[in-house]
Write a protein that binds this ligand. Structure first.
Ligand code: CMP
Length: 137
């Protein structure tokens, strides 16, 4: 998910381009405003942490671009392409390493595992995805 700061900074195309050039297939995408309840369910594992209210407020502060990417090891590979959560720890060449400065504005969220990805796809795309598969399969 490209977070509100990624959208506001005009980085949508740059981020999508990195995933496409890597060879991943864009299986679903939508730009949307985020209801507080969706943000809270998405970040359920962080409920009760001190940064939770600000995190929810941030995700709801403007439109996001929710995406589903498909391809070999896309979850693990995508996490590497995104870079470490703390932008000052993210390597140059990663999205956060190249474009983000602070954790509270780290541009993009990527699922941290296949189970999380399945849960998050169901949450963000309750209507389901196109049945077309990548022509690379
Ligand atoms: P994300 O990859 O979306 O997953 C959880 C998010 O919580 C993370 O990116 C950060 O934006 C945010 N986050 C995690 N830890 C902290 C923290 N200590 N302070 C503020 N925000 C945090």
């Amino acid at each position: 998910m490209i977070k509100p700061d990624g959208v506001q900074r005009g980085l949508i195309a740059e981020i999508i381009s990195r995933f496409e050039k890597k060879g991943f297939y864009l299986r679903g995408m939508k730009m949307m405003d985020v209801e507080q309840s969706l943000a809270e369910r998405h970040y359920a594992e962080h409920v009760g942490k001190p940064f939770f209210p600000a995190l929810v407020e941030y995700i709801c502060s403007g439109p996001v671009v929710a995406m589903v990417w498909e391809g070999p090891n896309v979850v693990a590979s995508g996490r590497k392409m995104i870079g470490a959560t703390k932008p000052h720890e993210s390597a140059p060449g990663t999205i956060r390493g190249d474009y983000a400065l602070i954790m509270g504005r780290n541009l993009i969220h990527g699922s941290d595992g296949v189970d999380s990805a399945k849960r998050e796809i169901a949450l963000w795309f309750p209507e389901g995805l196109s049945q077309w598969q990548s022509c690379q399969n």
